[in-house]
Design a protein around this ligand. Structure first.
Ligand code: GLU
Length: 307
């Protein structure tokens, strides 16, 4: 097993031995914020602010075909209206291409990546997990995906909210994609590189990312950086069990009347919301929530139905 260090230069003000809590919310602009994403934004914000931490917003706009025009600005306006104010300038992943390329160059130089011809349909036909067929070939980059020679295969970790979590070994050991066939950077590459670049210490987000976290932990090891701590909150799902998501057109939340959705989100997160909060403004509700925040009563469930 190779132990390597990839160099990711951070902005000048961020030293590697910074110990201050740095959290983030990282929406993809594939739609407007809905109740499910409000819960994730709120939980990551409160967890950071309860510990006097810094909270950042990063727009994960690396997939133009899935982007909804105007969504980035609307997401930021919604966060503002809900009293969730970020501490440093917003980072847009669309402006991070040079850094991703540089990391890929370093990994390729160390023979830790390869190009793969397999289509999604072929992998699906083999049971859904890629088996490493292309790892010893020398396919060109063009029209092929780029995969990591996954040397670590971490498949269990201690989640701050869900407790010990394990995913399947084959999934953990898969050589996952860093660059897609269409040339776009893959989520796993961009999310890990940017969490390192921004020196993120804590990631609080939805349970749909419990499994991908194991890949991200492997990738941190491969790159030679310490991983943040991860905590996953339950997903809000419809009565039929569908995740509220931008892709399935979950209704956007109301920017003009944030208080009711904030209170509903706090209740969803198991917070002990007193009745008098009902008449408060968004800013006052947030102030109350920062002080009272506790992860003890967040349900240890992957999903909760809203009806
Ligand atoms: N951009 C991802 C999403 O909107 C979230 C990524 C993350 O929090 O790591 O689902």
């Amino acid at each position: 097993m190779k132990h390597v260090k990839v160099n990711i230069t951070r902005p000048l003000n961020l030293s590697e031995n910074n110990t201050q809590y740095r959290g983030r919310f990282a929406p993809s602009p594939s739609g407007f914020l809905h109740f499910g994403s409000l819960i994730a934004a709120l939980a990551s914000y409160l967890h950071a602010k309860h510990q006097q931490g810094v909270w950042l917003v990063r727009i994960e706009d690396i997939d133009p075909p899935r982007e909804k025009p105007g969504a980035s600005d609307t997401i930021l306006a919604t966060l503002d209206a809900y009293g969730l104010h970020w501490d440093e300038s917003v980072l847009y992943q669309s402006q991070q291409s040079d850094l991703y390329q540089d990391v890929l160059r370093q990994l390729s130089h160390q023979k830790l990546t390869y190009h793969c011809q397999c289509s999604r349909a072929q992998i699906k036909a083999q049971g859904g997990i890629y088996q490493g067929q292309c790892s010893n070939s020398d396919f060109p980059q063009q029209n092929n995906s780029t995969r990591l020679h996954n040397q670590h295969g971490i498949y269990s970790y201690q989640d701050l909210i869900q407790g010990k979590y394990a995913c399947s070994k084959v999934l953990a050991e898969e050589d996952f994609i860093l660059v897609r066939k269409d040339g776009l950077f893959a989520y796993q590459l961009a999310v890990v590189v940017d969490d390192i670049y921004q020196n993120i210490t804590h990631v609080i987000r939805g349970c749909d990312l419990l499994d991908p976290t194991t890949r991200q932990l492997s990738f941190y090891q491969q790159l030679g950086y310490q991983a943040p701590q991860f905590g996953h909150i339950p997903l809000a799902v419809t009565e039929q069990g569908y995740k509220l998501s931008k892709q399935n057109n979950a209704p956007a939340i109301d920017n003009n009347n944030p208080a009711p959705a904030l209170i509903a989100a706090l209740k969803f997160l198991g917070q002990n919301v007193p009745d008098e909060l009902q008449g408060y403004s968004a800013e006052r509700i947030i102030q109350w929530a920062i002080k009272s925040w506790s992860t003890d009563h967040i349900p240890k469930k992957k999903q909760i139905s809203l009806e």
